[in-house]
Design a protein around this ligand. Structure first.
Ligand code: PLP
Length: 415
């Protein structure tokens, strides 16, 4: 059901939310910015920008190694950020949250360490046809190295996982199921609460790629029962260059180290080196201290929102955008699951997505065009890529109108 705009405004005061995001107030190419590329990266609220500013103005020091006041302050802020991240993903153990550069690095870390120790010749790794390249290529590299095989859960025509195929794929040779919670190209929310228990009863380790889900709704690793979860700070309104690997502590502590260097060691000698437990075990060298602190501020900002109102608002944005876009002649939406986040991928007859993106940019509208790092998915649909509008809780129905108007104009000029 599409609410009228007044009822929607009463539930979610988007004007005051937008005031938290200074970048949204600017003009691009002479038009108010309409930022609809949130699945690529989200904008940052003042709470994050000001936290970064304060850190560099008053707290900057290296962590975990100084006895002086600034170092202790920076260490405290860094570890407080880890505690915020733990709360954000529903784990009581903040040490199980490892700071990485991004979701990509977190998956590579698991592939390089847990994968090398636990996956061998003849073993199988299951992913789905809708994965981002970040959840395909690290497993291909591992599989090539150790002689394992990758199997793929098919995707249906409306862009859902073909769950009927799953039991047949989860054979006793499968050591790992690595699955996106939400597809960045289709928007589909996968039923991981159904899939994880099925894999676990077969003794399969499960990694959930939460890069898109964490940006839209609370993800609770304790409730999900997965073994690993990864996500990126920049997609949840935090800084770039910081991400998270969460893992069950017993798994993480049993994994060989990833990178060697300062902070991750217990004792070093030329006769042999011993390693620390988590989280330091996987945080070699000086980490992105400011990034972690900024991420802490971002997840605190998100956790302070009224999640039910945010969900309802994003659903309205998605419903309205879908209805308006579908009404455009020659436009086809890919990803029509009833369970999806506010991401709409589409192609228009006779209009190349890149040309459309360029035309929309002239009206100040930022969308994504191309393969969105899901080449196998688009090949399955016989496409090279698509246009993609992805909405966040700070977008408006008026911005949907602006998108539709600009698409129609571009269609007339390009079609
Ligand atoms: N997984 C999914 C589903 C994504 O959408 C993305 C980024 O778009 C990634 C992984 C990789 O994220 P990053 O580039 O921040 O490492």
């Amino acid at each position: 059901m599409i609410l009228d705009r007044a009822s929607l405004a009463a539930q979610w005061d988007v004007a005051s939310v937008r005031a938290d995001f200074p970048i949204l107030g600017q003009q691009v190419n002479g038009h108010p910015l309409v930022y609809l590329d949130n699945a690529a990266t989200a904008q940052k609220p003042l709470a994050v920008i000001e936290r970064l500013d304060a850190y560099y103005r008053t707290e900057n020091a290296n962590i975990h190694r100084g006895v002086h006041a600034l170092s202790q302050e920076a260490t405290g802020a860094y570890e407080a950020a880890r505690a915020s991240v733990a709360k954000f993903i529903g784990t009581p153990e903040s040490r199980s949250c490892i700071f990485t550069r991004n979701a990509t690095e977190a998956i590579n870390l698991v592939a390089a360490t847990w994968g090398s120790a636990n996956i061998g010749a003849g073993d199988e790794i299951v992913v789905s046809h809708m994965e981002h390249h970040a959840n395909i290529v690290p497993w291909q590299l591992l599989a090539d190295r150790v002689g394992a095989t990758i199997k793929v859960i098919p995707v249906t025509d409306i862009g859902e996982l073909d769950l009927d195929a799953l039991p047949g794929l989860l054979t006793e040779r499968v050591k790992l199921l690595s699955l996106c919670h939400v597809s960045n190209s289709l928007g589909t929310i996968n039923p991981v609460e159904q899939i994880i228990p099925l894999a676990k009863t077969k003794g399969i380790t499960v990694l959930i790629d939460g890069a898109q889900s964490t940006a839209h709704f609370p993800v609770n690793v304790s409730a999900l029962g997965c073994d690993f979860l990864v996500f990126s700070g920049h997609k949840v309104c935090g800084p770039t260059g910081i991400g998270v690997l969460w893992g069950k502590p017993e798994l993480l502590n049993a994994m060989p180290p990833y990178q060697g260097g300062g902070d991750m060691i217990d004792r070093v000698s030329f006769d042999g080196t011993t390693y620390r437990q988590i989280p330091e075990r996987f945080e070699a060298g000086t980490p992105h201290i400011a990034g972690a602190i900024g991420l802490g501020a971002a997840v605190e900002y998100l956790m302070a929102r009224d999640q039910a109102a945010l969900d309802a608002y994003e659903r309205e944005l998605l419903g309205y955008a879908t209805e308006q876009l579908k009404a455009i002649k020659g436009l086809k939406i890919y990803g029509e699951s009833a369970h999806k986040v506010s991401v709409v991928s589409f192609v228009i007859d006779g209009v190349h997505p890149a040309d459309l993106g360029t035309m929309l940019d002239m009206d100040g509208i930022a969308i994504r065009t191309g393969h969105h790092c899901t080449m196998p998915l688009w090949a399955r649909f016989g496409l090279e890529g698509s246009a993609r509008a992805s909405f966040a809780f700070y977008n408006t129905l008026e911005e949907v109108d602006a998108l539709v108007k600009s698409i129609k104009k571009a269609q007339m000029m390009l079609g």
